[in-house]
Design a protein around this ligand. Structure first.
Ligand code: NAD
Ligand code: AKB
Length: 314
């Protein structure tokens, strides 16, 4: 097998930190180059190479790819749903142009693989609300969702037209304790743990009965690596795979936290993010990912809550 050299773009973000560390374990520290517009995340410092990089500057990106001998790119830079609604033009520009820059360079440099995440945000109010299938009505109502859906078809296009082995997952809301989330609607499910431990109370920006698809970060990282390591012949979806972990509401996560912190109290003050959450399905059907590359989540709400609280206490 040819030696792979990986570039992670957006490595200082919520997923980037953990994915970079996981990839370094597999491919060796020196073979995974972390990059971001912002400074290197402290958890990455000393674990491998880091370059400061703006993915929107295609020329500089191309220079880095050649200089570092990059054979695979994981593109994680994006503006997420809540921030995207505040600045739709910027979200569209970053989310689309970053992907086109990466796909073009991957084509020119004949890269072996590209990874780019999509989101459950591709689904809209007309999609099935329960067990939303892989292929269904998809009419997103956020700029973030529109950009992800368009991006999925760019990935599909570059695969079929140019043979780029680009792979993608529609992540649910991700919950983690290592790196903070970056402006999504599902961020409450991280904030709630931090506030529970810090002040024993949390004011949630979603209503108590807002069910959303969610996943614990270790499952998301494992899914990403399993997808990327699957034989190309097993990959039947070249837009993006549905992926399911768990679904819960703010009330349910609060009840689970109370099992560990009995005097924790939650209150509710829904804001503009409620409309975004209402437009997404409550649960996802990931039968195709299960069948194609053997996907199976490990964490449910109880296991995740125990792990989050144990780790955050440390
Ligand atoms: P994040 O906001 O935490 O991290 C994104 C990183 O990209 C940040 O560190 C940011 O500094 C960097 N970045 C922004 N603009 C850049 C630029 N021009 N050049 C280089 N770097 C730049 O986001 P995340 O939660 O880690 O998400 C990563 C990817 O996964 C995104 O595509 C997101 O849409 C997708 N996703 C995330 C979730 C989730 O719950 N976290 C769910 C579904 C999909
Ligand atoms: C968000 O809430 O925007 C993200 C996502 C589900 O894509 N966490």
């Amino acid at each position: 097998m040819a030696k792979e050299k990986i570039l992670v773009i957006g490595a200082s973000g919520q997923i980037g930190v953990e994915l970079t560390l996981a990839l370094r374990k597999i491919y060796g520290n020196a073979n995974v180059v972390a990059s971001d517009l912002r400074e290197e995340n402290p958890l990455l410092q000393g674990t491998g190479p880091y370059v400061s990089l703006d993915v929107m500057n295609k020329e500089m990106l191309h220079v880095q790819v050649i200089r570092q001998g990059i054979t695979q790119i994981y593109l994680l830079a994006a503006i997420l749903s809540a921030t995207g609604e505040k600045n739709p033009a910027l979200a569209w520009h970053l989310n689309m142009q970053s992907l086109l820059n990466v796909l073009d360079i991957a084509k020119e440099e004949k890269m072996s693989k590209v990874y780019w995440p999509s989101s459950i945000a591709v689904f809209g109010p007309t999609s099935p609300n329960q067990n939303c299938p892989q292929k269904t009505i998809i009419e997103p109502t956020t700029v973030y969702g529109i950009s992800k859906y368009a991006g999925e078809f760019w990935c599909n296009y570059y695969f079929h037209k140019y043979g780029i082995d680009v792979r993608s997952i529609r992540y649910p809301g991700l919950i983690s304790y290592k790196s903070a989330p970056g402006g999504g609607t599902t961020d409450y499910a991280v904030e709630i743990y931090l506030e529970a431990l810090e002040s024993k109370k949390y004011q949630c920006f979603l209503k108590e009965d807002t069910y959303l698809p969610m996943m614990y970060m270790p499952d998301a990282i494992r899914a990403t690596i399993e997808l990327m390591e699957a034989p190309a012949s097993d990959i039947s979806i070249r837009t993006s795979y549905n992926l399911s972990g768990m679904s819960f509401s703010p009330k349910e996560i609060a009840e689970e936290i109370k099992k560990h912190i009995p005097d924790f109290a939650i209150s509710y003050k829904p804001d503009y993010r409620q409309d975004i959450a209402n437009s997404w399905p409550q649960s996802i059907d990931d039968t195709v990912a299960q069948k194609d590359w053997g996907w199976k989540p490990e964490f449910d709400l109880a296991l995740m809550t125990k792990d989050m609280i144990d780790n955050l206490k440390e």
